[in-house]
Write a protein that binds this ligand. Structure first.
Ligand code: FES
Length: 73
């Protein structure tokens, strides 16, 4: 889906920027130009960045319990 009409940038490109380490709209702009024209797509870029965030790894079972005990001292 086309997100930035000024620069012809799609959501896939923005997700690729996120996978490459972009965490802000400005960082996406530096990588692919999205959001650096009229600015009308900034909200949509932000939404794509939020959806591209990787979930935290799930930790459960005895490993998680021992980790909690280690942190608690
Ligand atoms: S639509 Fe993205 S900067 Fe204009």
């Amino acid at each position: 889906m086309l997100i930035c009409h000024c620069h012809g940038v799609t959501d896939r490109t923005i997700k690729a920027c996120a996978m490459d380490g972009a965490r802000t709209v400005a960082q996406v702009g530096r990588r692919c130009g999205a959001g650096t024209g009229c600015g009308g797509c900034v909200g949509a870029i932000r939404d794509v960045l939020l959806s591209a965030r990787r979930p935290l790894p799930m930790v459960s079972g005895p490993v998680a319990a021992s980790a909690v005990l280690a942190v608690a001292g």
